[in-house]
Design a protein around this ligand. Sequence first.
Ligand code: SIN
Length: 497
Amino acid sequence: MSDTIRSVFGAAAATARRRLAGMYRQLFINGGWRDGSDGARIEVDDPATGDIIAEVAGGTPADALAACSAAERAQKSWAKVAPRERSEVLRSCWQTLVAHTDELATLIVSEHGKPLADAKGEVTYAAEFFRWNAEETVRIRGELAIAPSGANRILVHHPPVGVVLMITPWNFPAAMITRKLAPALGAGNAVVIKPPSQTPLTALRLAELLSEAGVPDGLVNVVPTKTSGAWYDAAVDHQAVRMVSFTGSTEVGRVLLRRAADRVLKTVMELGGNAPFVVFADADLDAAVEGAMVAKMRHSAETCTAANRFLVEAAVADEFTARLAEAMAAVRVGGGLEVGVSCGPLIDAPSLEKVSNLVDAAVSAGATVATGGTRLDRSGYFYAPTVLAGVAPGSPITREEIFGPVAPVVSFTDVDQMIDLANDTEMGLTGYVYTRDLSKGLAVSERIQAGMIGLNRGALSDPAAPFGGMKQSGLGREGSTEGIYEFCETQYIATSW
Ligand code: SIN
């Protein structure tokens, strides 16, 4: 580690980097470390340099099955633990993660590349799912009703599902695990996590910290792998597995759903997005540009919630584009631990290639580059923050999830035509609307087919709000009061007295 980084980020960075060098050569199963059964290794690189920073154990299908069996044993006892006690374990997890914010954030920067401030924000967000679900754990409600005939009582309660497979993405190496894990544990389940091969370090360290926070052995198992298909095929057939919770692309989600159908497993799917960001002529343009920067650029522009298409009323399209281009051009791009950086690299070379190809195709089709439009001339996977003006409605860059720092602007003159454009996608995760006219904003929000709308807001994620999509953006919800029930069954007992 360089002296500069050590002096700026201190002991937490040093600890995180030391861990990279020597630890996590094993899988986390049944509350402890164990070797992978075939000695496979996964190389983890730093996207800011492309250098290999760590090697972790790669699990086999046999390791996945061992983790499922450990989860099965642990879950039987955990389901009997009183909700208050489970809640207190979750609260202790929240405190432990908060206490390790700097270390976890540095680990996230190392393997994901996002700026340190975003990584710290992610740890706070990740920890908050434990605090929120500690509160939800003691409020899982049932129902008692008298049958219409009057003959019997209808008693409904919500036992845990059992063992849950969690397949998590690299864009939030901590928070996309805890958004699933905290409610799953609160409801009385045990889990087997397959973290992404790009960011397994945070997942392994999380499991270790949660164990220190009091999570009983076997409840949280982390098995990274290089052979995801075989891992999943084996685990999904383990007789104790009753649910699959996935965050990632719609393409992969469809494959997981098909396979989960073989065992009729419960599923929660948080899939891709293609968010329209609508700016009306009466919007506060300063607020709209500020919101656009957040909606587009948070976490290095690699979020499913990211604004993907800017639909701007023609009267302000030029002005909005110019202001957005100015804000994007001012973004300092670099390694996440470099001082002043607010946009890191993309996760890997294929992502860089995809973003670059989408921009080139849009430009060839007639879009103009207001700023950016190129890769950065340095090692790592960097792309310049880019604004494209005059993008043709329906062109590929408005149809694909970009997952990079590129803002295509399409202008509109008619509200109905804009709504048709906004909804002309199989995705329906998020949308954004900027206008000073609240009733227009609400009416337009209701017409956009998306599970989450930011109305005069560029950030909408909140553990207390239901996160999830319509259409092919997903099934089910995470967070809010709904999230914990996704990890529960519903049992009805007919009785009378
Ligand atoms: C995601 O990109 O999947 C999550 C974004 C968020 O929670 O804000």
